[in-house]
Ligand binder design. Sequence first.
Ligand SMILES: NC(=O)c1ccc[n+]([C@@H]2O[C@H](COP(=O)([O-])OP(=O)(O)OC[C@H]3O[C@@H](n4cnc5c(N)ncnc54)[C@H](O)[C@@H]3O)[C@@H](O)[C@H]2O)c1
Length: 335
Amino acid sequence: MLRIAVLGVGRIGRMHAANIALHPRAALAGVFDVNDAAATEIATALGTVKFASAEEAVASEAVDALLIASSTATHADFIEMGVAAGKPVLCEKPIDLSLERVETCAAKIAGSPVPVMLGFVRRFDTGHRAVKAAIEAGRIGDLHQLAITSRDPGLAPAAYIEVSGGIFRDMTIHDFDLARYFLGEEIATVSATGSRLVDPALMERCDDYDTVTITMATAGGKQCVITNSRRAVYGYDQRVEAFGSGGMIATDNKPLDNTRFSGPGATGQAPALLDFFIERYDDAFAAVIGEFVGAAEAGRAPAVGFEDGRQALILAEAALLSVREGRTVSISDIG
Ligand SMILES: NC(=O)c1ccc[n+]([C@@H]2O[C@H](COP(=O)([O-])OP(=O)(O)OC[C@H]3O[C@@H](n4cnc5c(N)ncnc54)[C@H](O)[C@@H]3O)[C@@H](O)[C@H]2O)c1
């Protein structure tokens, strides 16, 4: 049994805590949150203990591993604490909003055999995995072009957007990771456009964008286009299309159920989409815990690790620079 403590039990930490409790080879060792009411609520609901601090959780002999789901600014410190204590870490994205801080964290944990996994959940989606397997099996021949669409169902609260680090570091970071996952080789150039079409006033105030398109290419010429919007009125839009010399494979959105309605004025009408990431990627979030438990038990590198988090942030920095300077950015210029 891998005994995992959860640091931060907000929106996503409480879901991870419940998934740990459900996993047959994991146990929820306890929770810590600076918001004591949230920690009490989750500890009571899941029948576990509450730690008085992150340090107490890390040092506890009843804790084998850590899941970090606290606010982004805490991630790098908590990763360093976990690795120093020899305890495997599963950390939510992003590692940090500052590439400089990510680099100092990388230097601190360099050479350690302790598994550090990044919570890039989309790699664990069954549809995305099927696309990856098809590419690897050569079903679409040589991969030439990748199109990733990711649109949120609605604008996050202003208080969230203000501290999110901007759309590229907070939202597109998932798509940057997916692009690397599917392309199977590093991206060399990034060109991005950013617009303020959903809430121009808020985006202006936050110096952010709500509508972005990113075009990327590998050194070998494989291309990828990512399209993001912070608001799709029809729901959480998550699709991938991989096109190659021998064919094309695509994943579609997940509706609430698989019914189709036909009647006056409509044929084959599908239900609404699953609302947001916790519902859309519920199987994938459970699979993230499974991969982490497997890696921690075996003391092996997880399927997605610290370096993937670092590379995704580099792509986010490149996209932001591209928008700001109106030019194509070479990845070698970043960092
Ligand atoms: N993988 C995904 O799809 C996904 C989705 C949402 C959020 N996230 C990431 O997960 C993290 C948490 O996001 P959220 O939406 O749950 O935010 P949230 O604000 O709902 O929860 C964060 C929690 O961390 C707690 N916290 C803050 N500082 C802390 C500290 N020093 N020690 C312990 N707890 C502390 C807060 O009190 C809060 O309860 C963020 O880094 C975010 O980027 C990932």
